[in-house]
Design a protein around this ligand. Structure first.
Ligand SMILES: CC(=O)[C@@H](O)[C@H](O)COP(=O)(O)O
Ligand SMILES: NCC(=O)COP(=O)(O)O
Length: 251
């Protein structure tokens, strides 16, 4: 199976930029550097409150990624459009990403902290999945490790799951990742048996990614942002991305 793709989430560059209301640092320059050293994709999670990535950033990333890497747009497909935030479906219409990752985040959440309740949510997700697919996007659903109802992902036409790795990362930092890893591995195996692709993300880092990839089979893509840009503050962005690529290649 092909090696795991690295999709760098550039949200945190936009956090720094927006903190002073100017244009620097530029998330597009960061994305360009990541792609230049070999990252296979760029992920963004535009949120309705425009705390970091804006709709304008998303549209501008499209030509920058073209032919160089996949554009993955994350978001809650039910979040209402408002001034400055056209909604995930409209963003996908404008940016035509290779992938959309549907995440059940509430508007006020500080970050993503859970996956969909697939048995409850699948029915109302189905028409949206069809719309995103009609735009040519691969659809991935953000799910908790151990989530029930994985078969519903396939039934409504989504092609992948993204395993929420926050609990694994927390357990790993506490030196007790065994159970969390086993849940992630079992979820990945169940998804593959259903013909679904497997992505993973949230709080992955240089410290925990190797253990994760060695334990969880057939992960097609990891999306990493928060830890990566924190590490890059000290080591530099291109060097940090190259480190992740080497770590993935040797996991
Ligand atoms: C879905 C996921 O785990 C990440 O996209 C996370 O939501 C990053 O969002 P923030 O950068 O706003 O924390
Ligand atoms: N889907 C996870 C993502 O895009 C980045 O999450 P994080 O590395 O910023 O926690």
């Amino acid at each position: 199976m092909a090696a795991t793709a690295l999709s760098v989430n550039v949200n945190k560059v936009a956090v720094l930029r927006n903190s002073r209301g100017g244009a620097l640092p530029d998330p597009l320059r960061a994305a360009d550097a990541c792609l230049r050293v070999g990252a296979q994709g760029i992920t963004v999670h535009p949120r309705p409150d425009r705390r970091h990535i804006t709709a304008e950033d998303v549209v501008a990333l499209r030509p920058l990624c073209a032919g160089r890497g996949e554009l993955n747009i994350e978001g809650n497909p039910f979040a209402a459009a408002r001034p400055g935030y056209p909604g995930l479906l409209e963003l996908a219409r404008e940016a035509r990403p290779e992938q959309v990752t549907l995440v059940p985040d509430g508007d006020g959440q500080i970050t993503s902290d859970h996956g969909f309740d697939l048995e409850r949510d699948a029915e109302r997700l189905a028409p949206l999945v069809a719309e995103f697919r009609a735009l040519g996007a691969r659809v991935s659903l953000f799910v908790d490790a151990g989530s029930k109802g994985l078969s519903r992902v396939r039934e409504i036409g989504a092609q992948r799951i993204e395993i929420y790795t926050g609990p694994f990362a927390e357990a790993h930092a506490a030196g007790r990742a065994g159970d969390a890893l086993a849940r992630c591995a079992a979820t990945a195996r169940s998804a593959r048996a259903l013909g679904l692709g497997v992505n993973a993300g949230h709080d992955l880092s240089q410290d925990n990614l190797g253990d994760f990839l060695r334990a969880v089979p057939a992960v097609q893509e990891v999306s990493i942002g928060h830890a990566l840009f924190g590490e890059a503050l000290y080591a530099g962005l291109e060097r940090t991305v190259k480190f992740y690529l080497a770590l993935i290649a040797t996991a």
